[in-house]
Design a protein. Structure first.
Length: 238
């Protein structure tokens, strides 16, 4: 074993004891001339700048691994955490008030018992369903439910509330059945093929792409000067 690696082992065995920074520094300084690895030498330069014990330890370990041809294991990749589902979002917003009994009929009052650290989804002091529907639509959990066929005024507002509450209850029921509802812009949300907008059909091309191109034609008529009769006609493309 080379003296430089012996210094590294001594520093490793005495980690956390008095004089640990000096031992890590001596090991790194002895290993650096023997190594050509850029990442290890960069760590050594960082330790020379900061003079922190942690940086000297990192530099000595990187230099020792490079000298021995040891490739450090990649850092574990943490799994991406899913965003809050609709029921989680509503429970944290204060829960829902089950005025018509629809939530209890689908089992939403027991949602909090199916997972750890869940808040109650149905509470006596929760949000009204129409307000919760508007809130869920703003956050992307429920798609827009306005219809162009609706009129204006109080009747339109009542119909919008009815449609919003219906869309919210459908989304909650799907989640309770095992399909979580995530915001539409989230990577966890299922892809939905967008429907064509109304203006696309209004302003779309009406001519087929393979329609023949007709060039304009100018007609020249020749008339006999004596009789005034038309002798022949010549068509010339413009």
């Amino acid at each position: 074993m080379s003296p430089a690696l012996k210094l590294y082992q001594d520093a490793e065995s005495g980690a956390g004891q008095p004089g640990a920074r000096k031992r890590w520094r001596m090991a790194a300084q002895a290993l650096a001339p023997l190594v050509t690895d850029k990442a290890a030498l960069q760590a050594f330069e960082t330790a020379q700048t900061t003079h922190k014990r942690a940086d000297w330890r990192i530099a000595a370990k990187a230099l020792a691994n490079a000298l021995q041809g040891i490739t450090p294991a990649p850092a574990p990749v943490k799994p991406e955490r899913a965003p809050m589902s609709l029921c989680e979002f509503l429970s944290r917003a204060g829960g829902l008030r089950d005025t018509g009994g629809d939530l209890q009929a689908m089992g939403a009052h027991l949602w909090h018992r199916r997972g750890a650290f869940r808040r109650k989804l149905v509470t006596d002091t929760g949000l009204a369903l129409d307000y919760a529907a508007d809130l869920a639509c703003e956050r992307g959990y429920v798609s827009g439910y306005a219809s162009p066929s609706l009129g204006m005024g109080a009747d339109r507002d009542d119909e919008l509330h009815r449609l919003g509450v219906g869309a919210l209850l459908e989304a909650i029921e799907r989640e309770i059945s095992g399909t979580p509802c995530y915001p539409a812009e989230s990577d966890w949300a299922p892809y939905v093929e967008p429907e064509p907008e109304d203006h696309e059909s209004l302003y779309a091309e009406t001519w087929p792409e393979d329609a023949p191109i007709v060039e304009p034609v100018r007609t020249i008529r020749f008339v006999d000067a004596m009789t005034g009769a038309e002798s022949h006609v010549l068509q010339v493309r413009r």
